[in-house]
Design a protein around this ligand. Structure first.
Ligand code: FAQ
Length: 327
């Protein structure tokens, strides 16, 4: 019965109309909440917070890899990296559009990012020191992003869930290109092997922190899971990422910088060592190695792009369709 409610709701959405369905019934039937549905204010605010943070991450996340576009080791690598960085911009745009369906203004979200009132993912506050870091970001950071984001394709909020479907397909390509870069380096000269290992050594722990604080310390998780925004807890997703990544590291011939990683037959999972969550807290507070640089660069790019926004607005006004009754 509840599943019928959900299926009807989805069919109505596809046909472009929607019978009102009570919020609790939609959630109970695993249906999708759509922008015009009534929703609790806390649900709306939580979505705006998460989607905006996610959008900001995609946009700021262009910087560490963008840093290597001009220095990619071949034309092929350069073309692939440019396409990837462009994909991240696209992801940011889908996500800002999804946030706008909740009645917020994109300019306001950007202002909140630029003034430090909204967050972006901690991982983008680490520097990309060598070409191998581009591989490590693709393999580990996009790998972690996929594990976190595939369940978001089933998020209870329709526009966010639908945006995630395409984003996840693209992240999957990104993850493979990172793996391929590291595979090439780890099967190359001793210097290339060292470069690949060093990148993995530096990115492993920050990648694990991307999943957020431990469940006991995660103020938003319980409510977000009850609302069907998050489908799995931070720790469950982190474990899933470790389980997926350990065999891939073996295939690459690289070592993960954690001597405590070991298969636990009883749990059916890999054990791993303690994460230094004080580092995550410091990076979130703004004290990571690149926080200031990332934000300053973003603000500067926004200011430099003012003329583009003005030109686009002037063009739109000039070509606006006349409204009914206008001369
Ligand atoms: N960094 O109660 P929770 C990408 C904050 S992937 C910074 O557990 P929640 C792809 C959290 O906001 C990266 N802040 O929070 C790419 C909250 O603060 P608030 C982006 C963090 O929301 C690849 C507080 O700590 N992905 O961009 C972090 O339930 C390569 C308490 O935490 C997403 O955003 C962190 N790591 O769970 C692009 C995915 N962790 O707002 C370019 C969607 C926690 O209460 C290149 N988001 N915080 O003041 C999510 O799944 C969730 O928001 C979590 C956090 C899991 C990140």
């Amino acid at each position: 019965m509840l599943h019928d409610v959900a299926r009807d709701a989805d069919i109505c959405h596809i046909l472009g109309y929607r019978r009102p369905v009570a919020f609790d019934d939609l959630l109970a039937g695993d249906g999708r909440v759509e922008p015009r549905d009534e929703m609790p204010e806390g649900y709306r605010r939580t979505l705006v917070r998460q989607i905006a943070q996610h959008a900001h991450s995609e946009i700021i996340g262009m910087q560490p890899e963008g840093n290597w576009i001009s220095r990619a080791p071949s034309l092929r690598r350069k073309a692939i990296l440019m396409a990837k960085v462009q994909d991240e911009a696209g992801h940011g745009l889908y996500l800002y559009a999804a946030a706008e369906t909740l009645g917020v203004d994109r300019a306001d979200l950007l202002d909140q990012l630029h003034t430090g009132r909204q967050k972006y993912s901690s991982i983008f506050n680490y520097p990309t020191l060598t070409w191998a870091d581009v591989g490590a970001i693709g393999w580990l950071v996009d790998g972690a992003a996929i594990v976190n984001q595939v369940p978001l394709c089933r998020c209870s909020y329709g526009p966010y869930a639908r945006a995630m479907v395409r984003i996840c397909k693209e992240e999957s390509f990104h993850q493979r290109q990172g793996f391929e870069i590291l595979h090439t380096l780890s099967h190359g000269s001793p210097a290339q092997q060292r470069m690949a290992q060093d990148a993995v050594d530096r990115y492993w722990w920050p990648a694990l922190m991307m999943f957020g604080p431990p469940d006991d310390d995660s103020p938003n998780s319980a409510q977000s899971m009850a609302w069907g925004i998050k489908r799995f807890s931070n720790d469950d997703l982190r474990q899933r990422f470790v389980d997926m990544t350990v065999p891939q590291a073996q295939a690459l011939g690289l070592t993960l910088p954690d001597p405590q990683i070991a298969w636990n037959e009883d749990r059916g999972h890999y054990d791993f060592g303690p994460i230094d969550f004080t580092e995550l807290a410091e990076v979130i507070k703004g004290n990571g190695p690149c926080n200031q640089q990332r934000l300053a660069h973003k603000v500067q790019a926004h200011e430099d792009g003012a003329w583009v926004r003005e030109a686009a607005s002037a063009y739109a006004a000039k070509h606006a369709r006349p409204t009914e009754g206008a001369a």
